[in-house]
Design a protein around this ligand. Structure first.
Ligand SMILES: Cc1cc2nc3c(=O)[nH]c(=O)nc-3n(C[C@H](O)[C@H](O)[C@H](O)COP(=O)(O)O)c2cc1C
Length: 231
């Protein structure tokens, strides 16, 4: 018999647009996870009470961030406690928006870094065995424009622990709010207005449904730990 056990999911929304396409991807993911009775919390990065990393590097000795005048202590405890960390963001100039990067820089305090002859050796203070989820919405039809973001997350995921896993879903050719949930006719009208070749709307409409479905399915799949009993 296989029994599911809900997991603790902490999600960050890096879009400043509440009805942006990032939010729809994230909401679909969380819907899927909730169907599996997971605990979910969603935090918009623009509302975070966080200072910038001061670059003091004292975390290498203190094993925590030296900045204590903001919400990092509470937030970092939530991050460490989560089984799944979701980073949903629009691509801004081939990267994540500044508010999300501001938070990511504070992740430096989770690891010890040693300079070696050939590079840097990263050792996390805690054992990390988490699923990292990256949901990206972008204007370009070319997924390569998201590569610097994906590369950042490959790096962060791997330095925090070899047992971590990274899952990525991309939505390309996204410009206006609610675009992902538009009907085929609405999408067609939008593409005419934006001077995007109309026949692409016919292709993008089912693709958009699929993206939301992929987000929901990933949420459902990651929302539970499968425990095998009587084996
Ligand atoms: C400041 C800024 C920079 C952007 N840079 C890029 C980019 O480098 N590549 C890209 O494909 N789209 C870029 N875009 C478009 C957004 O990624 C795209 O519209 C995204 O779907 C917005 O997500 P949202 O609807 O959740 O706000 C940029 C948008 C803004 C506002």
């Amino acid at each position: 018999m296989v029994k599911g056990e809900g997991r603790n999911i902490l999600a960050f929304n890096g879009s400043p647009r509440p009805a942006g396409n990032t939010s729809y991807m994230l909401e679909s993911f969380l819907e899927g996870a909730r169907q599996n009775s997971s605990e979910t919390e969603m935090i918009p990065t623009h509302s975070l009470d966080l200072e910038y990393c001061t670059g003091c590097l004292r975390c290498n000795v203190l094993k925590r961030c030296s900045v204590s005048s903001d919400g990092w202590s509470e937030l970092s405890a939530k991050i460490l406690d989560a089984d799944v960390l979701v980073f949903a963001a629009p691509v801004y100039f081939h990267h994540v928006p500044a508010a999300m990067k501001k938070m990511m820089d504070r992740f430096r305090s989770f690891i010890h870094v040693q300079i070696t002859e050939t590079g840097l050796e990263h050792t996390p203070w805690q054992r990390w065995d988490k699923d990292f989820v990256l949901l990206l919405s972008m204007g370009s039809p070319d997924p390569m424009e998201a590569e610097p973001v994906i590369d950042l997350f490959r790096f962060i995921t791997s330095i925090l622990g070899s047992e971590n896993r990274l899952h990525v879903i991309l939505a390309t050719r996204m410009a206006v709010i609610k675009q992902l949930i538009k009907t085929e006719q609405e999408l067609n009208d939008l593409y005419v207005k934006l001077k995007i070749p109309g026949d692409l709307a016919r292709l993008d409409y089912p693709r958009n449904r699929e993206i939301l479905e992929d987000c929901r399915n990933l949420g459902f799949h990651l929302g539970t730990t499968q425990i095998k009993e009587n084996e």
